[in-house]
Design a binder for this molecule. Structure first.
Ligand code: SF4
Length: 224
């Protein structure tokens, strides 16, 4: 039987009214739109962010551009096109491509598309720097093919190179889980994702969620 979640731990994934989205019913008792966080009143946070985004700053430009791309092209544009539209609206001229080696061909196509749309680009592959995994303390057994040279992914160097080239918007193409975290952490430019790596599902990670109660039911089986 599913364990009951204590009231203080209920959050948006426990909600079924989504009144924040619709404004057509009532907020639930545990609602994150109405519940303070310790001594921090949530109304203050909401007001502060609203005022911040009403000003003339980079966050405001990004917030408005992304909302416009969502609103004006809802269901009409591919994500590739949405990124190009978003880049135009935030004034980005040079796009950084942080690509996985396994998706280099797709990144080449993306680069051609950017050129066709009048955008500059500069790319860095995940294996840049050519450091064998053992050089950072990993063992041969940690490799996909032990005993062979196996370059580590180097998202910090990817970010540094794109930073040196002063890209305005960096796009992740298939970086691994965690490598993407480091890339985002070290990127000077804001980051969006074109491709989220999932080797098993053809880079469509939501497939595991769609089928979590059928083919992938191992995902919802509780830890013993
Ligand atoms: S913010 Fe409130 S209404 Fe919106 S999903 Fe979370 S709990 Fe539900």
């Amino acid at each position: 039987m599913k364990k009951k979640t204590p009231l203080e731990q209920l959050s948006c994934t426990n909600c079924s009214v989504y009144n924040c989205k619709t404004h057509s019913s009532q907020f639930p008792g545990f609602c994150l739109t109405t519940k303070d966080n310790g001594d921090q009143p949530i109304a203050d946070d909401i007001e502060e962010i609203k005022q911040h985004l009403q000003c003339d700053n980079q966050d405001a430009v990004i917030a408005k551009a992304s909302a416009q791309v969502e609103g004006l092209f809802y269901g009409k544009l591919t994500r590739v096109e949405e990124i190009i539209e978003f880049a135009g609206r935030i004034g980005a001229k040079k796009i950084g491509i942080a690509t996985c080696a396994g998706l280099i061909n797709e990144s080449k196509i993306f680069a051609d598309i950017l050129t066709a749309k009048g955008l500059e680009h500069y790319s860095a592959i995940c294996k840049v720097g050519a450091i064998d995994k053992t050089e950072i303390g990993l063992s041969e057994e940690d490799k996909i093919r032990p005993g062979n040279y196996e370059a580590m992914c180097n998202p910090i160097l990817q970010a540094r190179i794109l930073n040196y080239h002063q890209t305005d918007l960096n796009v992740v193409v298939g970086l691994c889980v965690g490598h993407d975290s480091l890339f985002i952490k070290y990127s000077d430019a804001i980051v969006t994702t074109l491709v989220t790596k999932d080797r098993i599902t053809g880079h469509n990670p939501v497939a595991a969620l769609y089928t979590a109660h059928s083919y992938y039911k191992r995902l919802v089986q509780e830890k013993q």
